[in-house]
Design a binder for this molecule. Sequence first.
Ligand SMILES: NC(=O)c1ccc[n+]([C@@H]2O[C@H](COP(=O)([O-])OP(=O)(O)OC[C@H]3O[C@@H](n4cnc5c(N)ncnc54)[C@H](O)[C@@H]3O)[C@@H](O)[C@H]2O)c1
Ligand SMILES: CC(C)[C@H](C(=O)O)[C@@H](O)C(=O)O
Ligand SMILES: [Mg+2]
Length: 353
Amino acid sequence: MKIALLAGDGIGPEIVAQAERVLRFLMADGLKMELESGLLGGCAVDATGEPFPEATRKLVIEADAVLLGAVGGLKYDNLPREKRPEQGLLTIRKTLNLFANLRPVILYPELANASTLKPEIVAGLDILIVRELTGDIYFGQPRGIEQRDGQRVGFNTMIYSESEIRRIAHIAFQAARRRQGKVCSVDKMNVLECTQLWRDIVTETAQTYPDVALTHMLVDNAAMQLVRDPKQFDVIVTGNMFGDILSDEASMLTGSIGMLPSASLNDQNKGLYEPIHGSAPDIAGKNIANPLATILSTAMMLRYSFNQEIAASRIEHAVKKVLKQGYRTADIFESGMKRVGTVEMGDAVLANM
Ligand SMILES: NC(=O)c1ccc[n+]([C@@H]2O[C@H](COP(=O)([O-])OP(=O)(O)OC[C@H]3O[C@@H](n4cnc5c(N)ncnc54)[C@H](O)[C@@H]3O)[C@@H](O)[C@H]2O)c1
Ligand SMILES: CC(C)[C@H](C(=O)O)[C@@H](O)C(=O)O
Ligand SMILES: [Mg+2]
């Protein structure tokens, strides 16, 4: 099992270091894995001039799975789009055809008071956001900024093909079968043709899954319903951009964006695993970032890419125990708990493994 580690920028190296300790612990305990680090994002721009250098391309193609921290930062904001750190991430997703992004939104009972909603509204919360990751306005052509009628206009194209919609819909329905059997498809069909097609194809695909209950919701309402009554959702399936926004919103129901892991999968079981948050430049280098989303992403990697259910649950149980024992990074801290830094949170997880 060869794993490419791409720590990236900002808090990336700090949080990936803790996940790497967890992987090395499992290796010392007999799990056969090989880890190799590579450059992606701003650190790659600094070293090579490119956000996704050739050596990293080779590494991720050859690896069985990729663990990523985060990319980006203020320093790179003035670069042209193709040189920006985020472009490196988008290019990896496209190169590996990682169209299915799974973002579990799970509230650990110990964090009920850290949620932005009242404990009774979020108790037992367990949503799976299935975000399409290689299409939509992120990749659609044409795009650009150009002169028209004496002024600049900026434009992007929201586009989905039937086959792109169908394959992500299948992922959502199959996931729902292993859960509560409910899929809510989120679109903006009242305004956007692209998402009218989305709704039509999801509805058509649902006919293969008579045992799954499908509902549709417009994205503005979905954003509101997530903070009104989030437990009405089981699986949410949506496009690239709506999924990006709704998952950041949903993360706060679990206490912090630092708690949400993700898996981005293609149809050959190859996966890239990363926390849903970014490089958090405001807290980078201070040993205060929450590493749990990244550590939980390694559990998803062991489960989805390597079928190592026991090792995956071992990590998840260790995280649960750490929270039970009262360890909290700043983002999930509440009085009476033990405030710890990034490294100490890693220590606590390892101690519980
Ligand atoms: N997958 C990725 O690599 C990814 C994802 C999102 C944003 N980004 C990039 O990251 C940079 C910063 O973006 P942003 O500030 O909008 O979003 P962000 O997710 O980096 O940070 C948003 C807020 O959440 C906090 N936060 C994020 N992760 C945390 C953690 N693990 N523990 C505690 N607090 C945490 C940050 O301190 C910040 O206040 C940008 O360049 C953006 O493009 C990268
Ligand atoms: C950094 C950015 C390109 C990325 C996205 O929009 O997909 C991020 O926000 C995410 O959620 O993974
Ligand atoms: Mg995002």
